[in-house]
Design a protein around this ligand. Structure first.
Ligand code: ZN
Length: 110
């Protein structure tokens, strides 16, 4: 049965891992734990795991740069910088960051 806190909230946990989160010691339900770097974390701590964030940032830098070149390359090469690029370019980097982070968290979920 799911409660307001979602399937990983403490009130809905019927099966709890014997180990808690390596960072905050929160109890971890099966399917709500994330194995990263040999330790087990809750979602909140896993989403702030520095090695995961660094890897996602590197992915965003490479993929975002390629996407900016593809999508805005001709505009930038012409020497123009329309105001719309002030939000389009950061979003172009944010999307691969989110995808890489989401993928890593999905792969680490236990
Ligand atoms: Zn935690």
């Amino acid at each position: 049965m799911l409660f307001a806190g979602g399937p990983c909230s403490r009130t809905s946990v019927s099966t709890v891992s014997s180990r808690g989160c390596a960072s905050c010691s929160r109890s971890l339900a099966l399917g709500c734990a994330y194995d990263l770097g040999g330790a087990r974390y809750c979602l909140r701590c896993a989403a702030r795991h520095r090695p995961l964030l660094r890897r996602s940032a590197r992915t965003a830098l490479v993929v975002g740069t390629i996407l900016v070149a593809i999508n805005q390359g001709t505009v930038l090469a012409a020497g123009d910088f329309p105001a719309a690029l002030l939000w389009k370019i950061p979003l172009t980097y944010l999307v691969p960051f989110c995808v890489a982070s989401w993928g890593a968290l999905g792969a680490a979920r236990r």
